[in-house]
Design a protein around this ligand. Sequence first.
Ligand code: SF4
Length: 495
Amino acid sequence: MIPITASMLYSYVQCPHRVTLDLFGDPAKRDPVSPFVELLWERGNLYEKEIVAGLKVPFVNLREVQPAEERERRTLEAMKSGAGLIYGGRISAGDLLGEPDLLRRRGEGYLPGDIKSGSGLEGTGQDQPGRPKKHYAVQLALYVELLEALELSAAAEPFVLDVRGDEVVYDLDAARGTRLPPMREEYREIRERVREICRRASLTRPGLCAACKLCHWRSHCFARMKASDDLTLIPELGREKREKMLPHLPTIKALAEAGAEKLADGKRSLVPGIGVETLRKFHDRARLIKTPGAKPYFTGEASLPREGMELFYDVETDPMREVCYLHGFVERTPRGERYLSFFAARPTEKDEREAFVSAWNYISASDFSALYVYSHYEETTLKRLAARHPGVATAEEVEKLFGRNEVVDLYGGLVRPKMVWPTHDLSIKTLAAFLGFKWRDPEPSGAVSIQWYHEWVVTGDSALKERIIKYNEDDCRAMRVLLDWARKELARGPH
Ligand code: SF4
């Protein structure tokens, strides 16, 4: 019997196929673990140690007890003798196995908790309290189910001790509006899917998603997706829509070659669950992907601000430290181009604030004809900074800035709604590379920038700071490359 663990549930939320491969895949086909993932582990462990070292109440420490069966026996023993707090315990029942970081006594029972080096909620912002994270919730729900099976549960209210030191309670039975069931129900469904995978009663397949970038199966899965002409290789199609399309149009080729009669009957889509417009969009993308030597094109009219002083703006943030460490701008005028950056030398509130003040003052003082970003991330980040550092700018001022006609999100306002690309995703890295742009760094990505920042904070090595800044500068220039190409194409007119 394969036990169902919290990390399997976590993986399932990221990608069901990862559970399959981790259990039954050929280990020789794994990629090396990415240095960024190693950094996440390392920081997670360090943070856990810090929190445990700072605990103000006595606790039973079982973290290092070996073998695992002995740890489990001692955990039960500690709970039965009424220990107030247990660190590093292990509990199991049937095919379920859990290792909650903490078990805290309440009344006659226990509440499980995990120490996380990320924020306890997602979607927090001004006036938004945030919502529980699904990948945390499923793990906590497993511990609660185990405690219930052992008749040692205090309540379905597990907790997370998060990166800010906040204790965030996850109420598993709380209503979540009309569209979502309480988290506990969702957990049970996911647990059953994982159980089926463990019994090999359910087949999964790879599907391109955000988690692939850092996954140790990425090369193996990508090769399989290419070989099977998988629909998720169409940008933004995703696993959920693929499942709906499989019975009707199972491959990119089938979709590309489908005539209009296979897509819609008048205004009615012939693929249940996917609207006609969405289906046509994916059809266009599939056709382009299948056309050798294809070039991207505009699907309709698009207008861009006049040339003059143009700013290309990109921020770098570290989500674990919850810090925005760099604001970078390429400023282009008819006289030439320069790059400016505002860097938080330390991941402190003070340094983050100073960088934010400088960037905001720079934007406010610039008489720009256009400010370009790629995605809504810069707006979201500035709003978060406005909430965290009162007196610099208000959320309303940030909103007003991004509401101006001169501020253009090249992704949300141009690439996504008005263009078709023969690529597998629409990231600025992919599109600018398609247009021939080369980053000076051999391994550019937001994840490695975070890793360099971490190393810079630890070592103070100026080469790392330079690398971070150069990478950000190239990200800004990549937007400029995309814009110049788009402007040229638009000037050529429909073709
Ligand atoms: S590479 Fe992607 S599809 Fe494959 S297991 Fe990882 S996340 Fe899933």
